[in-house]
Design a protein around this ligand. Sequence first.
Ligand code: P53
Length: 497
Amino acid sequence: MTRTTFPKGFLWGGAIAANQAEGAYNVDGRGLVQTDVTTGGSVDTPRYTTFIDKDGKPGKVASMGHMGHIPEGAKFAVLEDYYYPNHDGVDFYHRYKEDIKLFAEMGYSVFRLSISWARIFPNGDDAEPNQAGLDFYRSVFEECRKYGIEPLVSIWHFDTPLSLEERYGGWTNRKLIDFYVRYAETIFKEYKGLVKYWLTFNEINGTIMFMEFGGDNVPDKAYQDAYQHLHYQFVASARAVKLAHEIDPDYKVGNMICGITYYPATCDPADILLNEHKWQQNIYYCGDVQAKGKYPTFAKRLWKERNVELDITEQDLIDLREGKVDMYTFSYYMTNNVTTHTGEDLVGGNFSHGTKNPYLTYSDWGWAHDPSGLQYYLEKMYDRYEIPMMVVENGLGAFDTVEEDGSIHDDYRIDYHRAHIKAMGAAIENGVDLIAYTTWGCIDLVSAGTGEMRKRYGFIYVDKDDAGNGTFDRTPKDSFYWYKDVIASNGQKALEE
Ligand code: P53
């Protein structure tokens, strides 16, 4: 038997998102986004979206998924009595040179980041792009190039300009397609020669997947909005893919799916069927449209169940067909157990769901540790789409302790990544065309789900706490040196340990 190896040229690196890392939320002409009006939360308290209601009274509403639906007539607002952790992020905006130098020291060949739409078009639909925003990302990409690091750029990472939410009602409005396409075209032209890999929408399926955290009584209208929102994003994504290929035939554009692996909790046939339907709704629905260029047959069932009627034009269907993605990319953190049976032990925590899996352990935030689930997901999706795949997020959110000498011994994080790299190796061995791995949070950043800093993912520690105090100094953790050796050995170190 030949030994498992990662292919030559495999891309190793890490990932961040603009709104969670950059900070500098109100400088150089940047417009506001949802996270700028979203407070911090914790494992058991939600984040809140803040507003001023139509009578001028301040208020807050729990964010569901990535959207807090504020009352009719209210306006999103930054209120004085609250702390908004994304406002300063981890100050990547001012420290990107230092950070990219550290990524280079780890040996990165790829760095995933997102462009903030609101830095380029502060209101989302401005007549001209904001030059300061364009310059910032040019400088970031040039810095990457200096070290031979390939940028992998998310065009949208949960950050539609707030102005578009306010004036158009966000993605349930067809007009958003044109605004997004224009933004995409601007950056495709601007960064030609500096960027090769693009992702259209981060965790696009989150819109439908995160609905289940709203409990059992989510009204049909919410599903109507969610599916319409998704349809417009699918069309925007497809049109962006087509444009990218026209602007530069070397551009490679991927989708990005929140890749949760679902298991039936029992062998009750009812659980097997429910589990399959979960895959269809939460995973295949978006993946199929973006990778196969058409709606799957089960879409009709999903719409019917929720009385959904969609605005879909003939031209939309043509665009979807012509704008298939070049690669399938996804985040992977955990697996969930699906069952029809009630009274089972449920998993608590943020964004985790279903019943407890007795074969697995859980993180402090309730996320199941399951490397095999990654191999399962890779093999299943490669079999379904047969296009190159990238794992563009994977990591462990954990509490870290800084020792007296300033070192951080995060062996739990090393164990997590080692196990997941082994799982990727096994999938490659079984024929999956996996081309990249970007760990989540190469550097500590603000958690999307909870807004916390103490839910840390990085190989680089950032001195900032949940109240925003700290020096923001960067310190490599033990995992930094371990990952550096993994990359230097093209994964072999992790496979052999
Ligand atoms: P946080 C929930 C479930 C899986 C992935 O998440 C998720 C989420 C929550 O948004 O999001 C992705 O920070 C997302 C990143 C995010 C990361 O996973 O809640 O693409 O923005 O930070 C980790 O621990």
